[in-house]
Design a protein. Structure first.
Length: 175
């Protein structure tokens, strides 16, 4: 059965792409940068990562057998008391992603039709994965935007820089 394998391979690629965008953003930031907020009511990068990690650990722990909203998760706490250091934040970031990748790598043609519950709502594996891919990509977008705002003219683009599309395409199609 090709579909489950190709689907999982595809979403693993996409999740890795977003994780990499986050990683490349973090490389450009220092300790104080991860705590910067535009206003008091906004989330810092450290808080966004805390939320993402909490969500990932809840959703992907025992993905095939338990509801994705674990009783031990305290979602409200994810938006207070950010990680104190960049190192602490990166450890949580990696733990969340590792949980996700382990769960997705456990999906096989034999269990692909398992019904997944998130907050007691039934999802196919495809629906559950797409739900989380959309959620995490939106937060990574927030992280990248905050990184760009913080670094301003010192920001190194994660994609094709403005004004470079023509050169990029020319170089790409020379190959």
């Amino acid at each position: 059965m090709e579909y489950p394998n190709s689907f999982i391979k595809s979403v693993l690629f996409e999740f890795d792409r977003y994780k990499t965008m986050g990683n490349k953003t973090f490389l450009q930031l220092n300790e104080s940068d991860i705590h910067w907020k535009l206003s008091e009511s906004d989330n810092s990068i450290a808080l966004i990562v805390k939320h993402m990690s909490g969500n990932m650990l809840s959703r992907w722990t025992n993905f095939l057998t338990e509801d994705g909203e674990k009783l031990w998760r305290n979602r409200e706490n994810e938006f207070v008391q950010p990680y104190q250091s960049k190192e602490e934040m990166l450890i949580a970031w990696e733990a969340g992603w590792q949980c996700l990748f382990n769960a997705l790598n456990s999906v096989s043609p034999e269990n692909f039709n398992t019904i997944i519950k998130i907050r007691n709502e039934e999802h196919s594996i495809v629906q559950a994965v797409h739900r989380q891919l959309a959620h995490y990509s939106s937060h990574v977008g927030q992280i990248v935007l905050l990184g760009k705002m913080i670094k301003a003219d010192k920001w190194t683009s994660l994609s094709i820089p403005k004004g470079e599309s023509e050169r990029f395409n020319k170089d790409l199609f020379k190959r």
